[in-house]
Design a protein around this ligand. Structure first.
Ligand code: MCN
Ligand code: CUM
Length: 795
């Protein structure tokens, strides 16, 4: 027992480059594995200076005074910038992605431990750091709000007294669904299960931390910013708005990115300080944060306190679900999500089930913790939504003595119900949920696992089986419903085929490790019959690429991918006219066949794309009104989101003496529609499953009651390694998205979203406990087994 069945074969990598979809090796890896990646910290500009940030040791304190004279006297220091300096330039505060403001450098108060207080620019990084110690700040400590549940208490310290008329820490109330209809089904239900759960604060912790090099050319007045960003064009627009510069005077360049995971969506004070630094000194200024700074001050994730309830008939037909959420947004409301949705896409929490009524009520509060929110492969808070519903279903099954697999199978949305509109108004595009779950159960050998579990229980051994089924909504989004800071979420693409038949594709999205250079070339290859090796994908430079909102929420394939298909098809239409002129036939007589146009009924008369490209640039006479050359542009506004799904099963063994959890097996059957590169998809799934094991078992941003951050290094903030991960057993179903031009759905966050509840459900199944919060560290498991539930996030 316990060995993986052998029928799960790893994906075969194509021996030669496919002319389209298939598991080709990643084009970018030849560079990366030879150490030829070019990351922000690899860049050095002539005369460049280095910045460092002085950070607050307090979670909440008034700034009485700042004395920078000793730092300024340091022989290698070129400038010391404080909030007061910035206030003089009107830059002390910057807008956040959620229509709040955030201090660039604190002027009045510090509001979280690690907040930015002063910026030193010096000849080298070491001198800049040394000079931080010479700055004298006189703080007057204030009581801090650390537990979100006390943020709205009478008499709680008011964090945002900078905002006019603020007397409390309330940010927003938001609801979705039909409250009355939901209350109605609950009143009629035979059984109701409820559960309080915390999705604790975690951090994306990419391998590369964040940084910027800003360079203002004093002659042309052009600002060039090399920066770790997942959304170069969105950043440029924000800089333009803040600095009052036209977009063409700002160039954002994202070099190679060493992991983003949502951590590189927002604009951080350090980026703005680097810009101010170059304006003040007249030379380029580089700022790169260290690991502790990254963990303490940049975008965290989750921090959702949820009280969920689920209603069902006595024979297990789910009727309704409702939830009240308290969302901890930290000291500034800087979460990233579509503007009209302050809880992101959390309202997909009815999950994969045919549920008649659902309602959520979300309240956001300020606390003395770092701002940010969302981030970490979150699909705009679908992680929290999936965790909620998948825990509730398990709690209900346990209360009623039902099998959790059977309960799910009984309630899944059926294939014939698609397109399926949920009680919360989402239109799920496609899927075959029962088949997907059945496949996972088959790979797992579910019945046999339950038998094994029962036998082990007899012997006092703790083995658990946990299931989760998720549906995600990715590919934000339709312009009429989704924008960020007023910018509609459509993406541009430009494709140019050179005379020799090689091509350049320019995109607004930005790879952080997802392999876009490969997969987007494969899309063009599939449409035009040009080898992916001959297609260069350009991203990350706003002077070189069309406008679009960037890579997060797994939107690249659904939106930029669709734009790529459409632009390639536009080029193919032009190629058809050129081919018709070459072959002296009507375009209507031509058929497209594997990279060439051929005359219907006469395969010997044909023109390959490379010949067509040359002819398009030649003296060939084209019909009136037809432009020469072979290129096109397109902007894609998605009609709907895409809805990938998956069934995950986790098998754990728990040491009854120590509470140590070992993940023995993990089965993941994903459906992301048509797979462009199955190997890359599997890589994305592998990474996300490791994320899930990490969040469920070890990752946590904890605080003490004074707001001291207890996870500011990898000694305390634990990330999973290969040692904690089993050999993943993957499967797939493929239900193409009906509205995406190639039927592809996003997959980049699926496994991070879907796997934590499977692991938690497995551990709780093993120890026979109804609920305990993540992370299920040995200490937490051990206490849970003794019926001693604790708040895992507070020391
Ligand atoms: N893909 C495919 N077929 C599909 C769907 C996707 O071949 N049906 C491929 C895509 O072409 C792309 C990759 O899989 O190469 C991921 O595609 P997609 O699902 O569109 O996601 P994005 O490219 O938009 O990536 C964003 C997503 C997010 S939001 C986070 S967070 C995350 C993730 O990607 N961050 C990552 N995966 C990551 N992987 C790495 N290595 N590094 C990160 O920072
Ligand atoms: Cu929310 S993390 Mo990803 O969407 O960049």
């Amino acid at each position: 027992p316990g060995t993986a069945p052998t029928e799960v074969a790893p994906t075969q990598v194509c021996a030669s480059t496919p002319m389209g979809y298939g598991s080709m090796r990643r084009k970018e890896d030849a560079r990366f594995i030879r150490g030829q990646g070019r990351y922000l910290d690899d860049i050095a500009l002539p005369g460049m200076l280095h910045g460092a940030i002085l950070r607050s040791p307090f979670a909440h304190a008034r700034i009485v005074s700042i004395d920078t004279s000793a730092a300024e006297a340091h022989p290698k220091v070129k400038a010391v910038i404080t909030g007061e300096t910035l206030a003089g330039l009107g830059l002390a505060w910057m807008p956040t992605l959620s229509h709040d403001v955030q201090a660039v450098l604190a002027t009045d108060k510090v509001r979280f431990q690690g907040q930015e207080v002063a910026f030193v620019v010096a000849e080298d990084r070491y001198a800049a750091r040394d000079a931080l110690g010479l700055i004298e700040v006189d703080y007057e400590p204030l009581d801090a709000v650390i537990d979100a549940r006390t943020a709205l208490d009478e008499g709680a310290p008011v964090i945002r007294d900078d905002l006019d008329g603020r007397t409390d820490n309330h940010i927003f109330d938001w609801e979705a669904g039909d409250a009355a209809a939901t209350d109605d089904v609950f009143a009629r239900a035979d059984v109701v299960a409820e559960c309080d759960m915390l999705y604790p604060r975690v951090h994306p912790a990419p391998m590369e931390t964040c940084g910027s090099i800003a360079s203002m050319d004093p002659v042309t007045g052009k600002l060039v910013v090399y920066t770790t960003t997942q959304a170069p064009h969105a950043h440029r627009t924000v800089y333009a708005l803040v600095a009052g510069l036209p977009e063409h005077k700002i160039q954002i360049i994202a070099p190679d990115i060493g992991g983003g995971f949502g951590n590189k969506v927002g604009i951080y004070p350090g980026y703005v300080c680097a810009v101010v630094g170059t304006i003040v000194t007249g030379v380029p200024v580089k700022w790169v944060e260290d690991r502790s700074e990254n963990l303490m001050a940049t975008s965290f994730a989750r921090d959702y306190h949820m009280r969920g309830e689920i209603a069902s008939t006595k024979d297990g037909k789910l009727l309704g679900v409702r939830v009240k959420v308290l969302a901890d947004h930290g000291a500034f409301n800087g979460t990233a999500q579509p503007s009209k949705m302050p809880a992101g896409l959390f309202h997909v929490f009815s999950g994969s089930y045919d549920i008649a009524a659902a309602h959520c009520q979300v309240t956001g509060v300020y606390t003395n913790k770092a701002p940010g929110g969302v981030a970490y492969a979150c699909s705009f808070r679908i992680t929290e939504a999936v965790y909620l519903i998948e825990r509730l279903v398990d709690v209900l099954a346990r209360d009623q003595g039902w099998d959790p697999a059977e309960l799910r199978m009984k309630n899944l949305v059926q294939p014939e119900q698609f397109p399926y509109t949920t009680a919360l108004g989402w239109e799920y595009d496609s899927g075959d949920y029962p088949r997907t779950l059945q496949k996972a159960l088959d790979i797992a050998g579910y019945a046999e696992l339950r038998r094994e579990q029962a036998e082990k229980r007899e012997r006092g051994e703790l083995m658990g089986i946990g299931i989760s089924f998720f549906t995600e909504a990715v590919g934000a989004g339709p312009r009429k419903t989704m924008d960020i800071l007023g910018l509609g979420m459509a993406d541009g693409a430009e494709l140019r085929v050179h005379p020799t038949g090689k091509a350049v594709l320019r995109l607004s999205c930005m790879s952080q490790g997802q392999g876009h250079s490969t997969t987007f070339a494969q899309i063009v290859a599939q449409e035009l019959g040009i080898s992916p090796d001959d297609i260069e994908v350009v991203q990350g430079d706003t002077d070189q690429t069309p406008f679009g909102l960037g890579t997060y929420a797994s939107r690249s394939t659904p939106v930029s991918g669709a734009a790529t298909v459409m632009v390639a098809r536009k080029v193919r239409e032009r190629a058809k006219i050129v081919a018709a002129a070459m072959l002296e036939v009507s375009p209507d007589d031509l058929e497209w066949e594997k990279g060439r146009f051929q005359v219907a009924g006469d395969p010997s008369a044909s023109a390959a794309i490379a010949d067509i490209a040359m002819a398009a640039h030649s003296d060939l006479e084209l019909p009136d009104g037809v432009e020469g050359h072979l290129d096109a542009t397109c902007v894609y506004n998605p009609p709907n989101l895409t809805y990938p799904c998956g069934a995950y099963i986790c098998v754990v063994d728990v040491d009854a003496g120590t509470g140590q959890v070992k993940v023995r097996r993990f089965i993941a059957v994903d459906d992301c529609g048509v797979r462009i590169n199955p190997m890359i998809v599997e890589g994305q799934v592998h990474g996300g499953l490791a994320d899930g094991v990490g969040m469920a078992l070890m990752q946590l941003m904890a605080f003490d009651s004074d707001g001291n951050h207890l996870g500011a290094s990898f000694m305390d903030y634990l990330l999973p390694t290969a040692m904690e991960c089993p050999s993943w057993e993957l499967g797939e179903t493929v239900t193409p998205s009906p509205h995406h031009p190639i039927g592809a759905k996003g997959v980049g966050e699926s496994a991070t979203v879907g796997s934590p509840p499977a692991v938690v459900n497995a551990v709780l199944d093993a120890i026979g406990v109804r609920h305990a919060d993540m992370p299920l560290t040995p200490a937490h498991v051990w206490r849970a087994m003794r019926g001693d539930p604790i708040r895992t996030d507070l020391a």
